[in-house]
Ligand binder design. Structure first.
Ligand SMILES: [Zn+2]
Length: 76
């Protein structure tokens, strides 16, 4: 199953910039932690998990690692 990182904006919305990165399955709009994310929010390749200047959602990280124990394996 493919995963993607999807951004959560700060309290001010889009103009506030990215507050946190979540993981979604495929093109879903609901993060693995249950948080609903904006349709137009930026996405990133999941191999960038943990490498962004912004924080990554701990809950999503835990779920994602459980589904993909070998980080990046689905991209090889
Ligand atoms: Zn999350």
């Amino acid at each position: 199953m493919m995963h993607q990182m999807r951004a959560e904006y700060g309290a001010g919305g889009r103009s506030d910039g990215v507050r946190l990165w979540h993981v979604v399955r495929g093109a879903e709009q609901v993060a693995m932690c249950g948080r609903e994310l904006e349709a137009g929010a930026p996405v990133r390749d999941v191999v960038d998990w943990g490498k962004t200047p912004e924080l990554c959602c701990h809950t999503c990280g835990a779920y994602y690692l459980r589904e993909s124990p070998y980080l990046g394996a689905e991209h090889r």
